[in-house]
Design a protein around this ligand. Structure first.
Ligand code: GSH
Length: 203
């Protein structure tokens, strides 16, 4: 398998995490010199963005879609639930990753780290609402889905939450969320990326 990615991409990092946790051999490819806007790459992803996964004849673009593909093909029932209610719950969090997370903490990070012009006030409000919602949700359960095992729902949400301090957000008041980040970081196969906040290192 080949994963096209950028080292600073939280979206690509979701996929790196699952590949690593499933122990799937893969090659990492960084498009250089604008190659992600050239015809060869655009044939794989017309949006000209990473991540893109190539697995034999199968090409999948979009981080959420790649998580679904890998979990369904290689993950087994823990990563890809078989019952309709759990699948619906997974999809709800994948949508949250593509919407509230992307337009909240991920956008603030784009602004602070890469200079993107945004409505900072709106993105901050969206982010704080999301962090509070996640913190409340994780008060009584270890993972985003009910039960005692992580799923792709957690991996879809996690990178841009743990990267949120790079966008100027303080995660320390959100103690349940902080515990979830620490749990994710202690999973076998967790891989680090520059900028991820490590709550257990804070002392
Ligand atoms: N919805 C897409 C968004 C992908 C995305 O925003 N990729 C960024 C890196 S995180 C990218 O490739 N940006 C380069 C560009 O747009 O030129 C996903 O979840 O994969």
């Amino acid at each position: 398998m080949k994963l096209y990615y950028f080292p600073a991409s939280g979206n690509a990092h979701k996929v790196r995490l699952l590949l690593s946790m499933l122990q799937l051999p893969h090659e990492l490819v960084v498009p250089t010199d604008g190659a992600h806007k050239q015809a060869e790459f655009l044939a794989m992803n017309p949006f000209g963005q990473v991540p893109v996964l190539v697995d034999g004849d199968v090409v999948v673009r979009d981080s959420q879609a790649i998580l679904v593909y890998l979990a369904a093909r290689y993950g087994g029932p823990a990563w890809w639930p078989q019952d309709a209610a759990r699948l619906g719950a997974v999809q709800a969090w994948l949508s949250t990753a593509a919407n509230e997370v992307a337009h909240g903490p991920a956008l603030l990070r784009m602004h602070r780290k890469f200079g993107r012009t945004i409505d900072v006030e709106a993105a901050t409000q969206r982010s704080l609402s999301l962090l509070q919602l996640l913190d409340t949700h994780l008060r009584d359960q270890p993972w985003l889905l009910a039960g005692d095992q992580p799923s792709i729902a957690d991996l879809a949400i996690y990178p841009y939450i743990a990267l949120a301090p790079e966008g100027g957000l303080d995660l320390t008041p959100f103690v349940h969320l902080t515990g979830w980040i620490a749990r994710l970081q202690s999973l076998p196969g967790h891989v680090d990326m520059p900028g991820l906040w490590h709550p257990l290192d804070k002392a």
